[in-house]
Design a protein around this ligand. Structure first.
Ligand code: ADP
Ligand code: MG
Length: 240
């Protein structure tokens, strides 16, 4: 059975794309069959994070029934996961209806162990169509009151679509955690457990520049350990 997991947040820039990539890398390293789906149709950038941009066909073409699934799936030879890019072209975006996302989910049933969906931010139409087609959601928040309140909205939207809330990832926390929301406060507001607390780490900048998952760049860092906690949390409930 394929588990469809959406990484969601209320605000942009909280770390969804970076963590989709790192978590996908960690799961693939654990021997799972993993596909990363860039469902952020408006501002797709998972391909940029991983250096898998190409002129090849994208999710947009598949959604318009112009190509078959195998034509849009790319395999990463080093990280051993698969990837479906969305088009970065504005014209392509204009020609794409988010409602057609269902088609790709329908084709991915019983293919991979995990399909990680890098989702659009917010609670608008695009994320609605992602959550309609996924089973689980991980909410990513930064330790600010606004990020957490937006995260609460994302979690409510996910639950209203029948998604299991796998947990909350608190990202970009600081060492002393002064002037920022504490774990317990975040858990109380969102009503779900924090499955990882990832510090603000400049290795993310390096990872983005090197187009590599941070877990590959620094496998024994504290950051990689926290990302592995998300992986372990997901594998705990792995029923294959
Ligand atoms: N824990 C972290 N520490 C420092 N920088 C981070 C961390 N997580 C993500 N980033 C950086 O923050 C920026 C936004 O991250 P991104 O994954 O693109 O967010 P989103 O997909 O939610 O918009 C990127 O430049 C990324 O490298
Ligand atoms: Mg993103």
């Amino acid at each position: 059975m394929t588990r469809f997991i959406a990484l969601v947040s209320g605000k942009g820039g909280v770390g969804k794309t970076s963590l989709t990539l790192a978590l996908g890398h960690a799961l693939a390293k654990a021997g799972k069959r993993v596909l990363l789906l860039d469902a952020n149709l408006e501002t797709p950038n998972l391909g940029l994070h991983i250096g898998m941009m190409s002129s090849r066909k994208t999710l947009n073409h598949f959604m318009r029934k112009e190509v078959d699934l195998h034509e849009i799936v790319q395999e990463h030879k080093d990280y051993k996961f698969s990837f479906i890019p969305s088009s970065t072209s504005y014209i392509e975006f204009q020609k794409t209806n988010p409602q057609d996302l269902k088609k790709v989910f329908d084709h991915l049933h019983n293919t991979y162990d995990f399909v990680l969906v890098d989702s659009p931010s917010g609670v608008g139409n695009e994320v609605y169509h992602v959550l309609k087609n996924t089973d689980e959601a991980i909410v990513i928040v930064n330790p600010t009151v606004s990020s957490v309140m937006e995260g609460l909205k994302s979690s409510e939207l996910a639950k209203s679509h029948g998604n299991v809330l796998s947990g909350v990832v608190l990202n970009m926390t600081s060492w002393l955690a002064r002037h920022e929301m504490k774990e317990e406060e975040v858990e109380n507001i969102i009503g779900s457990q924090i499955i990882a607390n990832i510090r603000h780490d400049k290795k993310f900048k390096k990872a983005l520049h090197n187009q590599a998952p941070v877990t590959h760049l620094s496998p024994s860092s504290r950051t990689a350990k926290e990302i592995n906690k998300i992986k372990d949390h997901l594998l705990m409930n792995f029923d294959n």
